[in-house]
Design a binder for this molecule. Structure first.
Ligand SMILES: Cc1ncc(COP(=O)(O)O)c(C=O)c1O
Length: 483
């Protein structure tokens, strides 16, 4: 196999360039399933890179499910390397604003979190991968260093050291934000909730992605807001032409989306589309609520920018938290509400005065000690590999007609099963066998996506998970023969 020298791509590490080169050879058929890859020594000589760079590249390809090592023989292209299921086509939901009734999601999520079940339903991080020991130690230290502070009243915008640390980190998302533009919240959810309250009146309509995070639907229901589902592409999210059409008809008051590695589709807009979206909202002078909870969990070399990075008029209300990367239980989140900051601060004060101080100081201390980037690098690499394993299991156990997303970050996969399959029936049958999944209907106010489901991919791959995926495959098969 002839290889041209590596090109200079400053956005990729050397081992990623090598991996890309080999992946391209697999994709274009130069290397076929079952073929042996060039030996580590040969590639090291051919590309003039170190042996450890080649090994690292091969490990990355293993993580992506493309190659496998055979003891004393070398690396081979996996037989299943090219058999990833096709991606779902862009979704076109019913064009109608509707009141939301998401009580089903509440019932289902309680069932899905059933203790002891194989947890594929809730989009929770793998707790064993979070730096809980360090966080616990830091919380002890915070309480010892100032035994009174954590027990005192505080006022919005919240804990100063945390806001300073968040402002520094937001530079990675392309945002130049001062600490006093940040309001700390109880997780992303509260940020989104307060943002909705700040920019809407009961009865207003909110433009949303379809499918969307069911928590957003619960917030809309609770605030007596209507939802207007817009066509959404599993790769790059919301259709801007459709958004423009509803803005033109003055049908919506605000748009609310998950910008990077959305839940449940895993979609991510490129910078150009983010810029166009901001320009569109500016043109119609309407606010945009951006939920960027998964932005730090990118598999590629650089963090995708926030939409907020392109905000020129203060119309973007940016919300995020450390629930997916450090601890969901500490409930440490924040909002940057632009021109709506005063309203958000006042609403926060009315709702619960402030976020608990000890968790905020603990996260601030963790961010300050420099361990966050190292932790993220580790977490991202594992999440990418877990997602690749889950993708392979879908290939192996689910019907051929299955479609599957290919997110480049986060930890959820969206599965579109053959049309005749009911994911609700599958959810019930799976729960009886101790497996939880999230059926598609809870991600849409029109209860669309009956044949779809969301899988959480954060957990390390185990024989128990493999068995759970095989069982799901069997249950789907049983449903097919019974319809
Ligand atoms: C897209 C999205 N937004 C918000 C949340 C809730 O975040 P938090 O726990 O920080 O309130 C989740 C949790 O799953 C989520 O997936």
């Amino acid at each position: 196999m002839q290889l041209t020298p590596l090109t200079d791509r400053p956005d990729l590490n050397l081992y990623q360039q090598v991996a890309e080169r080999m992946e391209a050879a697999i994709q274009d058929g130069t290397l076929q399933p079952g073929d042996r890859l060039p030996s580590v020594r040969k590639l090291h000589r051919q590309l003039s890179v170190s042996i450890s760079t080649v090994l690292e590249a091969y490990r990355l390809l293993e993580d992506r499910g493309l190659i496998q090592a055979r003891p004393q023989s070398g690396y081979y292209v996996k037989p299943t390397a090219l058999s990833s299921p096709p991606e779902p086509m862009p979704y076109a939901p019913p064009e109608q604003a509707r009141r939301v009734d998401n009580s089903l999601a509440f019932q289902l999520m309680q069932a899905i979190r059933q203790p002891g079940a194989v947890q594929l339903g809730a989009a929770v991080p793998a707790m064993e991968l979070l730096p809980l020991k360090s966080l616990n130690r830091l919380m002890g230290q915070v309480l010892r260093d100032d035994p009174v502070q954590a027990h005192s009243y505080d006022v919005p915008p919240g804990c100063e050291p945390l806001r300073q640390a968040v402002a520094r980190r937001l530079m990675d998302a392309g945002c130049a934000i001062a600490p006093d533009q940040i309001v700390t919240t109880n997780g992303t959810f509260e940020g989104v909730y307060l943002s909705l309250m700040a920019v809407t009146q009961p009865g207003d309509t909110v433009a949303i992605e379809s499918p969307t995070y069911y928590g957003l639907l619960e917030a809309l229901e609770s605030l007596h807001l209507k939802a207007l589902e817009l066509p959404t592409n599993p790769r790059d999210g919301l259709c801007l032409e459709a958004l423009e059409a509803v803005l033109k008809r003055q049908q919506v008051q605000v748009c609310a989306i998950v910008s990077n590695f959305s839940n449940p589709l895993g979609s991510c807009m490129d910078d150009g589309k983010k810029q166009q979206l901001v320009a569109l909202m500016n043109r119609y002078d309407k606010p945009l609520i951006e939920d960027d909870i998964y932005g730090d969990l990118h598999f590629g070399p650089t963090r995708p920018k926030a939409i907020k990075a392109f905000d020129t008029e203060g119309l973007v209300l940016y919300c995020s938290s450390y629930s997916k990367t450090l601890s969901p239980g500490l409930r440490v989140g924040w909002s940057v509400a632009g021109r709506y900051q005063a309203q958000v601060e006042q609403l926060k004060w009315v709702m619960n005065q402030t976020t608990a101080i000890a968790p905020q100081l603990t996260v601030a201390a963790f961010l300050a000690n420099g361990g966050y980037d190292r932790h993220l690098r580790h977490l991202r690499r594992l999440y990418q590999s877990h997602m690749a394993k889950m993708t392979q299991a879908v290939c192996e156990y689910f019907p051929l007609q299955t479609r599957l997303t290919r997110p480049e970050g986060g930890h959820v996969l969206w599965v579109e099963l053959p049309q005749e399959i009911s994911a609700m029936a599958l959810h019930k049958a799976a729960l009886e066998r101790g497996i939880s999944i999230a059926p598609g209907v809870i991600f849409s106010p029109s209860r669309s996506y009956e044949n779809c489901l969301r899988l959480n991919t954060s957990s390390p791959w185990t024989p128990e998970l493999e068995k759970a995926m095989a069982t799901l495959g069997l249950l789907i098969h049983e449903q097919r023969v019974n319809v």
